[in-house]
Design a binder for this molecule. Sequence first.
Ligand SMILES: [Zn+2]
Length: 305
Amino acid sequence: MSINNNVPLNWNDQLAAVFQCPICSEQMRLKITSSKSLICLNGHCFDISKQGYVNLLPHAGKTKYNKQLFTSRKILSENGLFDPLIQQISGLINKASPPGGMIKILDAGCGEGSHLFRLHQELKAAGSCTVLGVGVDISKEGVQMASKNYPQLLWCVGDIANCPFQSGQFDFISNILSPSNYSEFQRLLRAEGLIFKVVPNRGYLQELRQLFFASTDKQAYNNDNTLELFRAKLDLLDVRELQYSVTLNQALIPHLVNMTPLSWGADENRKQKVLAMNSLEITIDLSILIGRPSFIPRPEVPGHR
Ligand SMILES: [Zn+2]
């Protein structure tokens, strides 16, 4: 499989075997007629788009994330906003991967794909293993952008709560500032696999929160509940905190405003004031929850590996 370069992925049986039917959980295979599709043993069939992604969402998904938000996130990502985070995750993956091996990474809630792409680039630069990067998101707009911009990775529209992937196959799952389904992550990881869940801490974008909401307590982050939910399904091995600040120039400020759901509840006048600023220093304050599947025995499900 030629996947460690920038050549668009070529759909084959090996890639098709990554997936399972979102309707009946059966295995899928590639069906080639005038176009390509994935078809399960029960005949449920899903087209692979001309761009190369597959839509495995039986019904259209609802999301508040739109194209503008995704475009802005991509631009900020390309300008390095998340580089220290991606470098840290990449370092953790490298440390846990056998040199020369092949690793499979799922980015759950990949949006427009920039996090997985950056991660893939970092791992490629380290050069120690071959990487298959798979991204899934409920937003078709996000996945369309991802497959257009990063055709060397495998993209799929799907529901995190009913992940259309075969069990026990991923070496790593990243889940960055995005909703989780820990039961599904537990199912999808190999026994020795690792998950990196990234959550915002109190200081995350605090300058923007201050400008938007002044002295109100709106949108303050609290991770207690997240830790509890994580621990209920997975073994929490470590929590790494990561804090840095980035100065955004005037051209990038609108993208920050577009990127964050913080803006949804902000007063229009305050928003305009932020947009008129010449530069803005913002804090990125995150925790990386590192976990692995728990050893509680799981029932065998027919058709699952
Ligand atoms: Zn099916």
